[in-house]
Design a protein around this ligand. Sequence first.
Ligand code: KIV
Length: 257
Amino acid sequence: MIQPVKPTPTSLRETKASGRRLASLTAYDYPTARLLDDCGLDFLLVGDSLGMVVLGHPDTTQVTMADMIHHTRAVARGASQTLVAADLPAGSCTTPALAVENSRRLRDAGADLVKIEGGSECLPAIQAILADGIPLIGHLGMLPQRVLEEGGYRIKGKSTDDAERLCADALAIDQAGASAIVLELVHPPLAAAISKNLACPTIGIGSGEDCDGGILVLHDLIGLFPWFRPKFATPLADVATAIQNAARAYSRAQASS
Ligand code: KIV
């Protein structure tokens, strides 16, 4: 049997030209990556959202490079045909040299691309990572790594100043050579305008229907984190209930045997 060939990160930019929408989900472990590997996704993201949905932290700010490397290795073992992207966590890119060093560590753990949160203030780090030959995804709009400074998760780009800043940041990251840019909680008309203006694809999350693709935290799609679900995510399964039903049935069977 001929094994499918893993695409390269450049295929993400090429897909935009073809007009096909990109689809991505997060993955944090081997079995999930293996299950998702032949589901037609363009990339699996080892998101620092693992801080919340896997490690039980209140937000992503405490996720470390060690956490990201550990989970990236597991996902890379399970993803033979799908690109793996891994988040550079909070504090991992404070200088361009540190950003390159940490990107190399994620690449060595199995990531095909790294993702970095931030706009023009991160441009030197973004350029250094790309100059080092490591493909990269940008992340603009709501930046979960800055949720404590920002005081919550809010839609970005409603004011003219904010919209102009986001457009300029997106263009700079695109022109630097990013493979894609995640737009998180960006005012939908602005997300549509940014998407039209860039050569690289935009991957929306909570940013309307007019990005070049979409991404969701897997747990929000499959109902595996019932304690919190963002408004924009519609679960297509109820895995939390399935787990509890199976565990309760087992526990009852044990008690009565
Ligand atoms: O960490 C993550 O899962 C992400 C996605 C929500 C885009 O950054």
